[in-house]
Design a protein around this ligand. Structure first.
Ligand SMILES: O=C([O-])C(=O)C[C@H](O)[C@@H](O)C(=O)[O-]
Ligand SMILES: [Mg+2]
Length: 446
């Protein structure tokens, strides 16, 4: 019936790199960030790869899925992904019991695992068909370059932490030094933006908020807009502002903020979808989210309430194909597609690029944390951000090749870590003793 290659090997490889002491509502980024690579090899001798956020649960889910995948034809991609979506791997595998948080109610880990499998299979399919992954998504490849934004953070003083944060390098572009230095003031954040703009050519900027007083964060956004008048500027306090506060801070700010990301969330018996709908009505500002429309059912409710304009369709939990479908839906329904991110390596950079290349019509610049990791490559010819865009390589699949020496070194670093999963409250203790997460209180207001 078919000459499809079959899956011969599945490898789950956790990898770690270095990060700066970036602040967000959950605390401070550790000096380490971790991801999981899923590498699937087929009988044609090709390897496909997917990258997702690292948790111990997701690794277990993927290890449990491996025997099921081996021997399957790669052309069963659609059916395999649908089947994995439905399997409750925890119940099938008693060794998931030490992870009570897995699968049954922590759906995001399950989605991450399925997303990794789908990405690796798409990479293999692209190589089998000699087409880039973007051609296999949605309406096929729509563009060769994908706009991305300069994702800015307030940066804490790493020297206060007894952790091996990197000091930065002085022998390269100033960005590679500045990204490791404290940046809490408005001028320092503008300086960061200037360096990032000079290095990567960004047209647009996003400021991670939920850290300082809302007024200070809005003043920072105003300063960014003043410095880069043509830029689309946004701020993302991760729903930490109350609805009233969000309206007070953002009303009349249409000439500064092109859109606002998750300005408020659930409060006083009202859901985040309801408060965002009220925020939109009160301010007239477009709203983006990666917090209240993260699966089809949530997206349906968000759209029925007219709560959002820009779904940030992250392929690491939506999966590449579902995120591409959101791109098509946004185009048809006059919404705007964007993409959320977390700290990531260059495999995810390729995933974002192929997703963005498949999206029809206008999209807003995609989020990427890559500028905080740039230089820590796991592929031989990593994609680059130039003039604020990522160009797609003219190669099949994702068009990337793993550098196994680097992957093995990053895996050794992961294995050496005493704490494996992300926990931003730990480094935060060096800044504020006894600090605890409060989703409604800015990080430094304690
Ligand atoms: O847009 C967002 O909400 C994010 O990028 C989530 C991330 O976890 C961000 O808050 C971070 O890296 O600290
Ligand atoms: Mg966000």
């Amino acid at each position: 019936m078919s000459d499809s290659p079959v899956i011969t090997d599945v490898k789950v490889i956790p990898v770690t790199g270095y990060d700066s002491m970036l602040l967000n509502i959950a605390g401070a980024h550790s000096c380490f960030f971790s991801r999981v690579l899923l590498v699937i090899t087929d009988s044609a001798g090709h390897s496909g790869v997917g990258e997702i956020p690292a948790t111990q649960v997701v690794q277990k889910i993927l290890q449990n899925a491996a025997p099921y995948l081996i021997g399957q034809k790669i052309t069963r991609l659609n059916a395999l992904v649908a089947e994995l979506h439905q399997r409750d791997l925890r119940d099938e595998h008693p060794d998931m019991q030490p992870f009570p948080q897995a699968r049954a109610w922590d759906l995001e880990r399950h989605y991450n695992a399925v997303a990794a499998v789908e990405a690796a299979l798409l990479d293999l399919m692209g190589q089998f068909l000699n087409e880039p992954v973007a051609e296999l998504l949605g309406a096929g490849k729509q563009r060769d370059e994908v706009p991305v934004l300069g994702y800015l953070f307030y940066i804490a003083d790493r020297q206060r932490a007894d952790m091996p944060y990197q000091p930065g390098r002085q022998d390269q572009h100033p960005w590679y030094h500045l990204r490791h230095q404290q940046a809490m003031g408005i001028d320092e954040v503008v300086r960061l933006a200037e360096a990032a703009q000079d290095r990567y050519g960004f047209k647009d900027f996003k400021l991670k908020g939920g850290v300082q007083r809302g007024e200070t964060e809005i003043e920072t956004a105003i300063a960014l807009k003043k410095r880069f008048p043509e830029a689309r500027v946004t701020v993302d306090p991760n729903a930490s502002w109350s609805l009233d506060q969000a309206i007070t801070l953002c009303r009349g700010m249409g000439d500064v903020l092109s859109y606002v990301e998750d300005p408020c969330g659930a409060e006083n018996g009202y859901s985040g979808r309801e408060t965002l709908a009220e925020f939109k009505r009160a301010t007239g500002l477009p709203v983006a989210t990666n917090m209240i429309a993260n699966d089809w059912r949530q997206l349906n409710h968000a759209l029925q309430l007219n709560a959002i304009d820009i779904p940030l369709a992250d392929p690491h939990f939506w999966t590449m194909r579902s995120a591409a479908t959101i791109g098509q839906l946004c185009h048809e329904w006059r919404l705007t597609m964007g993409c959320h991110s977390n700290n990531h390596f260059d495999i995810s950079l390729a995933m974002l690029a192929h997703l963005g290349a498949s999206a029809p019509g206008d999209i807003t610049s995609f989020d990427t944390h890559w500028i905080w990791q740039d230089g820590q490559y796991l592929t031989k010819e990593p994609l680059q951000i130039r003039e604020g865009k990522i160009s797609l390589p003219d190669k099949p699949g994702f068009g990337i090749e793993l550098d196994w020496e680097k992957v093995e070194a990053a895996n050794r670093l992961y294995n050496s870590l005493p704490v494996k999963d992300r926990d931003d409250t730990v480094p935060m203790q060096y800044l504020i003793d006894g600090w605890q997460f409060n989703p409604k209180q800015a990080t430094l207001l304690r």
